[in-house]
Design a protein around this ligand. Structure first.
Ligand code: NAD
Ligand code: DAU
Length: 359
């Protein structure tokens, strides 16, 4: 079996659902259920004995040791993290605790466990660390996309904490020989994406008749990847990745934020037209994110050449599927919009002075 951390979050839950749809290997899912973790994401697995959910913290060494000793996983796939850049600006401490100390705790527990395995099990064991393209910093318009050798240059508390975790993973491979793999992926979108991130927030606000907040001039560029393609890439790396290596994962889909929001509004105009006007009328430019990275772009050729992975979805197919999913899962959206969620919206948006209205 495998141990997945953070499997109640956006990407982790998609990964577990896809994994169990494709093979019978059981999954232990260790998740703290922060505001971003939702058990309803894997409601479909309620009766499935291949999925073992453990409510707990990756910083809890005794618990991690106990899970490793009890279940003897052949791999750890580590998603658990604080993942929202804006929250890292308001409250960086939680990012240091989970993303750095939590990754250290897992690595050290994994090292102890792995050291005691038989030679055969030792050789088969993998620690796959799921990271982000944000560790590479920000690109200018004419810069080549990030490769695996681009120097690290993180700019937010979130990306700095992920960079620190990546370095620890590297150190555990080089120092102790722990069989690690690291993936650095671009922006994901798709089902179960928590509606604090741009795409699900824009869909939720559009449908609720609220303003759709665009930071700064909306010309920041992200490289969007459908979450199912990210999960497929992780399975590829877990199966065939070279030990100690890092693999960039991206969708070759660079889009400015305003273009993304326009696309969402246009799809909603087709699928759920308003009585008058367009959803674009709800777009509002608000104060920019401090230290906002201007552009991310991933060169995913290493993964394509070594392991044959390429994304199955284009942005056009993936984004339409995503809007349709949100329209048919409004109960899920309502369920995750707890009191804490509305407090977060107040904290992040009320103080952002509106800069201009766009028709
Ligand atoms: P998410 O915020 O949706 O989910 C994170 C999950 O981790 C939640 O279920 C949460 O409860 C859990 N968690 C948080 N702290 C924990 C702790 N201390 N112990 C156990 N569980 C804990 O995040 P996501 O968007 O699914 O991202 C998953 C991983 O992928 C992260 O490591 C993130 O850095 C990375 N990543 C995300 C993206 C993206 O676009 N979302 C892109 C590249 C990489
Ligand atoms: O690049 C990978 C990263 O992508 C992951 O490591 C992070 O975990 C994930 O959250 C995501 O980070 P971003 O900051 O790029 O995602 P977010 O959806 O928060 O923002 C996308 C872009 O949209 C970014 O340029 C900021 C902008 N934005 C965001 C919000 C929430 C807005 O313009 N308005 C908003 O309200």
């Amino acid at each position: 079996m495998i141990l997945v951390t953070g499997g109640a979050g956006f990407i982790g839950s998609n990964f577990i659902l896809d994994w169990l749809a494709q093979c019978d290997e059981p999954v232990i899912n260790l998740d703290k259920l922060t505001y971003a973790g939702n058990k309803s994401n894997f409601a479909a697995l309620a009766e499935d004995s291949r999925h073992i959910f453990v409510h707990g913290d990756i910083c809890d060494l005794a618990l991690v040791n106990q899970l490793l000793a009890t279940y003897k996983p052949r791999a750890i796939v580590h998603f658990a993290a604080e993942s929202h850049v804006d929250r890292s600006i308001h409250s960086p401490g939680e990012f240091i605790t989970t993303n750095i100390n939590g990754t250290f705790t897992l690595l050290d527990a994994a090292r102890t466990y792995w050291s005691a395995l038989s030679d055969e099990s030792k050789a088969a064991f993998r620690f796959l660390h799921v990271s982000t393209d944000e560790v590479y910093g920000s690109l200018s318009p004419d810069d080549a996309p990030f490769t695996e050798t681009t120097p690290y240059s993180p700019n937010s508390p979130y990306s700095a904490s992920k960079a620190a975790a990546d370095h620890l993973v590297r150190a555990y491979y080089h120092t102790y020989g722990l069989p690690t793999l690291t993936t650095n992926c671009s922006n994901n979108y798709g089902p179960y994406h928590f509606p604090e991130k741009l795409i699900p927030l824009a869909i939720a606000n559009a449908r609720a008749g609220k303003t759709i907040p665009v930071y700064g001039d909306g010309q920041q560029v992200r490289d969007w990847l459908y979450v199912g393609d990210h999960c497929a890439a992780i399975r590829c790396v877990l199966q065939g990745g070279r030990l100690g290596e890092t693999y960039n994962i991206g969708g070759w889909n660079e889009k400015a934020n305003l273009e993304v929001v326009h696309t969402l509004c246009d799809i909603l105009d087709q699928l759920a037209p308003k009585e008058s006007g367009s959803y674009r009328d709800q777009i509002t430019f608000v104060a920019d994110r401090p230290g906002h990275d201007r552009r991310y772009a991933i060169d995913a050729r290493k993964l394509a050449h070594e392991l044959g992975w390429k994304p199955a979805e284009t942005f056009e197919t993936g984004i339409r599927k995503t809007v349709e999913w949100y329209m048919t899962h409004q109960d899920w959206v309502r369920n995750v919009q707890s009191g804490d969620y509305f407090k977060w919206l107040d904290k992040n948006y009320v103080q952002r002075a509106d800069q201009q209205e766009v028709a």
